[in-house]
Design a protein around this ligand. Structure first.
Ligand code: CUA
Length: 317
């Protein structure tokens, strides 16, 4: 049966994925049988009852109660089966088990933040234990737009909205890495809004937790802290570090390069400029890029984190 449920679909990696596939295949197979049967019947009757000559006097048939009841009742039964089956699976997919591990998910243009119950934060990768129900409490950043969290191998898809929580849950059957996507067209960085769900064994997950909790951010060198902030504050959604263009300019080779702004002025990207453009992103806008960097980093980043970003950028030559 496994080969059938995986037929032209990604492997089924959550506990409810196989149910979703089974219903999908049931609908497909029933539709296929009906399509073939009805098509053959149409062709057969069209030939058999065609008008053979002008004198053909075969009487017109206006209705047949038995036939009409049959072709109404059978589809009705099929639809009720699909409804009952789908409703049952839907309820399961919408009802996380009571002992679920809870993760807060925040989406923004253009990236994802995950916060674990013990305070560990991740961006663009979610680490979870295998065989454990995980409940996602999801929200789009205030003032941001709709995004949608889609893990094809889990058959999981849920929209996120600003100012309102939505929920989803899954239980991974196997360890491994599973790609997720943003599946709501949300702007220029939509195609970059993907990442991975990393599923670890319980022991690996404990180890990972210890490692993350033991990390002393104040002891990190500035540039390393900056790399972390770059990943976690959402910078990487819009700014690449490899020279490629995203929604915003790349950070590679940015330091000490001359920048051109929409007001016609230019400036060398020294430390002062980098700090200012992080804290007041809408003051000077680079030519060729939209003025849509969030004006939030005065509130969300500490002074050391801003300096960390500057040092991080300086190393990207
Ligand atoms: Cu976020 Cu598409």
């Amino acid at each position: 049966m496994e080969y059938l449920t995986n037929f032209f679909l990604p492997s089924a990696e959550s506990t409810y994925a196989a149910n979703v596939d089974a219903l999908f295949h049931f609908i497909n197979i029933v539709s296929l049988i009906l399509l073939v049967g009805i098509t053959i019947a149409i062709i057969y009757f069209a030939i058999k009852y065609r008008r053979k000559s002008q004198e053909d006097t075969t009487p017109l048939i206006t209705h047949n109660t038995t036939l009409e009841v049959t072709w109404t009742v059978i589809p009705l039964i099929l639809i009720l089966i699909v409804f009952g089956w789908g409703f049952n699976d839907y309820v399961e997919m919408r009802t996380p088990p009571a002992n679920s591990y809870e993760v807060y998910v925040e989406s923004f243009s253009f990236g994802w933040n995950f916060e674990h119950p013990n305070g560990i934060k991740e961006s663009n990768n979610l680490t979870v234990p295998v065989g454990t129900p995980v409940r996602l409490i999801m929200r789009s950043r205030d003032g941001d737009v709709l995004h949608s969290f889609f893990v094809p191998q889990f058959r999981l898809k849920q929209d996120l909205m600003p100012n309102r929580n939505t929920y989803a849950w899954f239980e991974a059957k196997n360890t491994g890495q599973f790609v997720y996507f943003c599946t709501e067209y949300c702007g220029g960085g939509h195609s970059m809004m993907n990442g991975t769900v990393t599923v670890l064994t319980a022991a690996e997950f404990d180890e990972w937790n210890e490692e993350e909790l033991g990390r002393d951010l104040d002891a990190l060198p500035l540039a390393e802290l900056g790399r972390l902030v770059y990943q976690q504050a959402g910078c990487q959604g819009c700014h690449s570090v490899d020279g490629s263009s995203r929604v915003g300019p790349t950070l590679q080779g940015l330091y000490m390069r001359e920048r051109e702004f929409t007001d016609g002025s230019t400036r060398i990207a020294d430390e002062d400029y980098l700090i200012e453009s992080i804290l007041y992103p809408q003051e000077l806008v680079n030519v060729g890029y939209p003025n849509n960097m969030p004006n939030i980093y005065q509130q969300t980043l500490s002074e050391r984190e801003v300096l960390g970003l500057v040092e991080f950028i300086k190393e990207l030559q």
